[in-house]
Design a protein around this ligand. Structure first.
Ligand code: CTP
Ligand code: ZN
Length: 164
């Protein structure tokens, strides 16, 4: 875990630098291969906000085989964003970078519940009607379940982001 060569994407001087280091911001490392774009959706990043973002997709990782990596300049993540990230990237590490140094590093943790993030796909659910009811999903091993109507959302989390 602390071996700096364990993921030689850009720490090993003998290897080409694939994604540049950032000065200030957040590096989301060890993202499940192929999930980087979903991570951007979760963070609400589509390029229009002007943030500098670098992405590596399916890059080799000794620990994971292949991983994605997302580097966002000038931005830290909320706990809610980290909670949702854990659902699509359970092995991710969140690295907070200041003046080029990693000043904080932590693994994501699966929450038991996510509130106000996903919208329920059930059109008859009380959370999708005009009532002022915030969405509430409990987190299961194989997906998330609406606390109000029981609808299970398995994989397509990103499509349901934008709850109330
Ligand atoms: N990083 C970066 N910009 C910086 C510092 C670090 O983009 N200024 C990236 C590194 O490239 C790496 C991640 O942030 O992908 C974590 O950095 P670091 O803790 O230095 O690397 P490792 O020790 O390899 O991390 P781990 O043990 O979590 O694999
Ligand atoms: Zn529902």
């Amino acid at each position: 875990m602390t071996d700096s060569n364990s993921d030689n994407i850009d720490t090993d001087a003998d290897h080409q630098l694939r994604v540049s280091k950032i000065q200030d911001g957040t590096v989301i490392d060890h993202v499940t291969g192929g999930q980087a774009l979903t991570v951007l959706t979760i963070l609400g990043i589509d390029g229009s906000g002007g943030e500098a973002v670098s992405i590596g997709m399916n890059v080799p990782s000794d620990r994971m085989g292949e991983k994605d990596i997302v580097k966002v300049e000038g931005r830290e993540l909320s706990q809610e964003e980290v909670d949702v990230l854990s659902l699509v990237a359970p092995d991710a590490t969140i690295n907070i970078v200041r003046e080029y140094d990693v000043i904080e590093k932590h693994r994501v943790e699966r929450p038991t519940e996510v509130v106000g993030v996903f919208s329920c796909p059930n059109a008859n659910c009380i959370t999708t009607e005009r009532e002022p009811v915030e969405s509430r999903f409990s987190v299961l091993d194989d997906g998330v379940r609406c606390a109000y109507c029981g609808t299970l959302v398995r994989e397509e989390f990103a499509a349901h982001i934008g709850g109330k």
